[in-house]
Design a protein around this ligand. Structure first.
Ligand SMILES: Cc1ncc(C[n+]2csc(CCOP(=O)(O)OP(=O)(O)O)c2C)c(N)n1
Ligand SMILES: [Mg+2]
Length: 396
């Protein structure tokens, strides 16, 4: 075990050297950690430097590409379901597939993932089904009853609260001597929350095995990144807390995987936390309750689509002779069928009779007295309403 760890550490050091050397040609020693933008796979599907390619097998790259296709398919379908009133509010992820797939794939099986509300792909890759995700967005409480063995926490709607959960879990694991790291996802806007600073500070002091994964998608609803902070990068915020911070091309799955893998290996080897800023973009609305045309130009969105994470990996795979048009078509068809099946199953579950107890029952192992009281109040209210309705109908 110790040997494996020191080997992993040595490997991580080599990789760090590679990043530095690669970047040092232009700027100083610290720049790759602070300001430089780490990229391996260019927009046109070629590699910046052959030596930077992460140790992923061809089949793994294909599988990652398939995951991104599934996610985009799910995203488009979920958006349509919301417009048809078949699920509630929905937060689209399109554009951020590489950031999520590359980072989630870098984890060890025993690691834990703490999502915000946009991490459908990262959650699915860690074992949560599309059906459960649809249940959550459809307002069914048990959508977030995470199955045993799926190391994913529940969705966090309050911005940045999940960072503290991830640090707390990692700290507990460290105290228990468990070989577990945590990864937590948040946005550019999340870095302005007090919770972000508390979490990074605590993680630095107690050297918790935590990967802070910021998907900088340029906006917090309508607020652009430039209004979030005067700092040149979000990654550099790590410095104040004594952590390492890396800025990576979030639309480049190879770079995201490599940097996250380095941070995961470091965390498991006792090297403490890392802040990763993944530069990316959401193509769609913040949520279905938003309208991006009010604060972004069509040109801006089109420009980002030139850096599309799927297109880039597809070009690479085609260039390597690993992928062709027929496989492409089949992959989209398979994804469509998979998502359609999930939608069908979700609607079957949604049509079932449900009890209001569900609203209260999943927060605690045993329902505390105040929730029991609220549940009784609600039942009482519903009984009264039903009686009133009967009377009204009787009179009519
Ligand atoms: C504590 C808190 N304050 C405000 C909100 C309302 N709110 C929801 S999403 C959001 C913007 C978050 O932006 P960012 O962190 O960049 O994440 P993104 O949605 O872009 O992924 C805000 C302000 C909230 N959910 N929680
Ligand atoms: Mg954002």
């Amino acid at each position: 075990m110790a040997k494996a760890r020191s080997k992993a550490k040595a490997k991580a050091e080599v990789e760090v050297e590679l990043f530095r050397k690669h970047k040092d040609e232009k700027k100083g020693l610290w720049t790759w950690q602070l300001k430089e933008f780490f990229q391996i796979l260019r927009e046109d599907g070629t590699l910046v430097d052959e030596r930077l390619k992460p140790p992923l097998r061809d089949e793994e790259l294909i599988e990652l590409y398939r995951w991104m296709i599934r996610a985009r398919t799910y995203d488009e379908r979920a958006l349509a379901l919301q417009r048809q009133g078949r699920i509630g509010t929905y937060a689209p992820l399109s554009g951020q597939e590489a950031a999520q797939a590359g980072s989630a794939y870098a984890l060890e099986p025993q690691d834990w993932l703490f999502p915000s509300y946009r991490e459908h792909l990262a959650m699915a890759m860690r074992g949560l089904s599309w059906v459960q995700l649809l249940m959550y967005w459809g307002g069914l409480e048990d959508g977030m009853r995470i199955p045993e063995g799926v190391n994913v926490f529940t969705v966090s709607i309050p911005i940045a609260t999940q960072l503290l959960h991830a640090v707390g879990y990692a700290w507990a694991a460290k105290m228990r001597g468990d070989d577990v790291a945590t990864i937590v996802y948040f946005g550019d806007g999340g870095t302005s929350e007090g919770d972000f600073h508390e979490a990074l500070n605590f993680a630095g002091v107690f050297q918790t095995p935590t990967i802070f994964f910021c998907q900088n998608n340029q906006y917090a609803i309508s607020v652009p990144r430039t209004r979030q902070t005067r700092a040149e990068t979000l990654a550099q915020k790590a410095i104040a807390y004594g952590l390492e911070g890396v800025q990576v091309d979030g639309n480049d799955i190879m770079a995201v995987y490599k940097v996250t893998r380095w941070a995961v290996e470091k965390a498991h080897a006792g090297g403490g936390p890392t802040l990763i800023e993944a530069i990316t973009y959401r193509y769609g609305h913040h949520t279905t309750a938003d309208d991006w045309t009010r604060y972004r130009s069509k040109e801006e969105v089109e420009e980002w689509k030139q850096r599309d994470p799927l297109k880039r990996l597809r070009l690479y795979l085609e260039g390597q002779g690993l992928w062709d048009e027929a496989q492409e078509q089949r992959a989209w068809e398979e994804a469509k069928a998979e998502v359609a099946e999930a939608v069908q199953e979700y609607e079957r579950i949604r049509a079932q009779e449900r009890d209001v107890e569900e609203i209260f029952k999943y927060m605690y192992a045993e329902m505390p007295w105040h929730l029991r009281e609220e549940l009784e109040d609600l039942r009482q209210y519903l009984r009264e309403r039903a009686r009133e309705r009967e009377l009204e109908e009787g009179e009519a």
